[in-house]
Design a protein around this ligand. Sequence first.
Ligand code: S3P
Length: 428
Amino acid sequence: MQYRVKPASGLQGVVRLPGDKSISHRYAMIAAVAEGDSKIENYSSGADCQSTLRCLRRLGIGIDKQDRTVTIHGRGLDGFRAPAEMLDAGNSGSTIRMLSGMLAAQPFTSSITGDESLVKRPMARIMKPLALMGATVTARDGQYPPLEIQGGKLIAIQYEPPVASAQVKTCVLFAGLHTAGVTSVVERVVTRDHTEVALREFGAEIEKSGPVISIVGRPALKAQNLVVPGDLSSAAFFLVAANLFPGSRVAIEGVGLSPSRTQLIDWLMMAGAQIRVLDVAQGAGEMVGSILVDGRALDGGVIEGAMAAGLIDEIPVLAVLGAVSRRGLTVRDAKELRVKETDRIATLAENMQRMGIEISVSADGFHIPGGQSFRAATLDSFGDHRIAMAFAVAGLRAEGGGETVIDNADAASVSFPEFYDTLESLRG
Ligand code: S3P
């Protein structure tokens, strides 16, 4: 699908977002190995989270779906059945990496693959700890999907991932969940903690002491009724869009505000954004609230170190903001961008250049000078949801009245199928 964006003059309105993608995956996987029926409301409508449900069904888990409510008939820690077919994680790195932790502990061999983007993404980061725990995982060229996972009884380990990755942390903790003894992950750069929060909610014993996160294996997990908060990474598109047009006002309701994810709000406020967080409450261990943003011209700034890990999903849209900001945007320490759904440094640079924006790239980041103007152009999502949505936002600020065209715009449905309608509903 092609999406055409007309320039806007301001944005006004109220937004409700699909359920958080990261939390939806985790609730579904943990509910599948809990005992009994879990009801998950506001489950993400994104294709990635449907991929997780499809894999769980192939593993013998009964799942009923009504609109955004998913009921998972959990079968306990030993309830998966050997799948008759290859599991398909679609575009979802979270599905393949996190579910592999559970598959490694099963008394059967399974295979899991994904779409043309996923089969190019590195899996050595999960293969290594799973091998240390005793599983045999083989991959195409030693590190790419399809993965063949010969599961079995694992041994508990302490593991320090070489990359800051919540997916790798979750993979190891999910393997540890099925393994007698205490499995630990040492996390030097803190990543999103939805796994820890959710496992605790389902009754697992999980502790954090300094950088060490430990899980006691083989608990009896109990089914839960849960509501998934709105996705803060999806909110990012509207937080940026509002700040492209001083005078805009956008309210985002019911959004997840996990302190492990709110670097986005901190960074925008550091850049001069006027953001208010309202009605904060806690549900199932996760913080939820509303965000009110009053658009104004921002300074831009630098994203580096731990901040780069914390903002990794939001960098594409923050780059759009950077181009029109006063100081521009410099990103360093973000080489993970190169192994996301696309090489996001390359795909960002390509689309920026097509829109007449100056950008210089490095191995682990880029620099975009501030004070630039977007020119309408024909762009490509390159099959990457966050690239599609970031440049739909850029198209709002194109000067000269022309329409920006985004090829393969349907990639947005990976995390946010309602994105374009929501964006259009905010035009002032
Ligand atoms: C995710 C973690 C991040 C993020 C991805 C979702 C998660 O990946 O980019 O969109 O749900 O744990 P890494 O953990 O590989 O950095």
